[in-house]
Design a protein around this ligand. Structure first.
Ligand code: 5AD
Ligand code: SF4
Length: 376
């Protein structure tokens, strides 16, 4: 019997949790989750499609097995390529999108049966995951875990593939979220990260994100929690007040800026202006005492001029983020930005990326020196 499975994970925190959900489901069905690929007969690639580079790495890794293992493509790349993945690499046996991971035990069961002749299985039509998949009790880390509060995204930022591979925004029921956290706490976990593409848009009946924060904060056994990611267009001073009030919440906000140019923000379909963003930062810093602030920035969006890039640098200089994740724009299938005729030269994007990265490094270093001096 082929029972040993290795899960190779890529991408965001949502995928980290998904990999654990998959491990829990398979373990419950009698499979053994391996710590390396050496003794595994089945390799599951839980993948990311946000940038081309992430996809390229997966294709090259799959190729390196040269058909010696049963290979599964799971997650965002599976949804992006669907059954086309089999044409891209014939050694792939199954393709399962993020909404269909509950079917993995059954798929593996079929594929590992001696008398089963269908060598290719794909499942990419699911719309919603069954709630049970979050309750297998599988946690990789004994102290902390992620808990998904919402899935998908309906914002359609013009560069982003997420709405196409993860589907429209769906909110889990708040009772289900609290039940999952309680189960984790019963197992000795003390730190939780609430996860969603846009957590502050959370809403389940009368429970919005602010109420959810208070409910989670009140759970006994929980020592520390945080959340990831917020969208500036859904962030308000009420959220910051709730953050300040929740004594177990880590005072850190990840608020993706993406660009410091009004024109580029509009083209990105972000739904806020530079002025709105700066007002939010001001409000956050006034309300959340000593609150850390981090961000995401994309350089080289199609048609971005040098002057617009400089505006992003100026904003980074002005706001002084504790950390900024800076990405080179990557053209993605399905997205509106991929249709813009004028795409920037790769070397120009690389130059801008290095420049803003150096700038942010200097800022982070200065902030750390200041903090060290304060802590003395
Ligand atoms: N190219 C580069 N970066 C991207 N991101 C999302 N889509 C793209 C893309 N096509 C970045 C955004 C987002 C982060 C998770 O990934 O900055 O906030
Ligand atoms: Fe992508 Fe925008 Fe949704 Fe974030 S908010 S996942 S960047 S579409």
């Amino acid at each position: 019997m082929l029972r040993n499975v290795f899960i190779k994970n890529f991408g965001c925190q949502m995928n980290v949790r998904d990999a654990q959900v998959i491990a829990g489901l398979l373990q419950k069905a009698g499979y053994k989750i391996m710590e390396s690929d050496a003794q595994a007969q089945v390799i599951i690639f839980n993948t990311c499609s946000v940038r081309q580079h992430a996809e390229d790495r997966v294709w090259s890794l799959i190729g390196s097995y040269k058909g010696t293992k049963i290979i599964g493509l799971v997650g965002c790349m599976a949804q992006n390529y669907k059954e086309g993945a089999f044409d891209r690499d014939a050694s792939i046996s199954f393709v399962v999108g993020p909404q269909d991971i509950a079917k993995l035990p059954e798929i593996l069961h079929k594929l590992t049966q001696k008398n089963f002749f269908q060598r290719k299985i794909w499942e990419t039509d699911g719309l919603k995951r069954p709630e049970e998949i979050y309750h297998t009790g599988y946690y990789q880390d004994k102290q902390k875990t992620q808990v998904v509060i919402s899935e998908g995204c309906s914002n359609f930022c013009s560069y982003c593939i997420v709405p196409y591979v993860r589907g429209a925004l769906r909110h889990r029921k708040h009772q289900d979220i609290l039940a999952e956290i309680k189960e984790a706490l019963d197992q000795g976990i003390t730190q939780v990260t609430l996860l969603g593409q846009n957590v502050n848009a959370y809403c389940d009946q009368a429970v919005d994100f602010i109420k959810l924060l208070a409910e989670v904060n009140a759970l006994s056994g929980l020592k520390e929690f945080d959340f990831f990611t917020s969208h500036p267009k859904d962030a308000h001073s009420d959220l910051f007040k709730a953050m300040q009030d929740a004594n177990k919440l880590t005072k850190r906000l990840h608020l993706p800026l993406q660009s410091g140019s009004e024109r580029i923000l509009k083209l990105m379909n972000r739904g806020y202006s530079v002025k709105d963003y700066l007002a939010l930062v001001d409000s956050y810093r006034k309300i959340v005492k000593e609150g850390k602030l981090t961000t995401d920035i994309i350089v080289g969006f199609p048609t971005e001029t040098l002057a617009e890039f400089s505006q992003t640098c100026a904003l980074v200089e002005k706001v002084k983020f504790n950390a900024a994740y800076i990405f080179k724009y990557s053209s993605r299938p399905h997205t509106a930005a991929a249709e813009i005729a004028e795409q920037l030269d790769f070397f120009e994007i690389q130059k801008r990326h290095k420049k803003i990265l150096d700038l942010q490094r200097k800022i982070s270093k200065k902030l750390n020196v200041k903090k060290a001096e304060r802590d003395k």
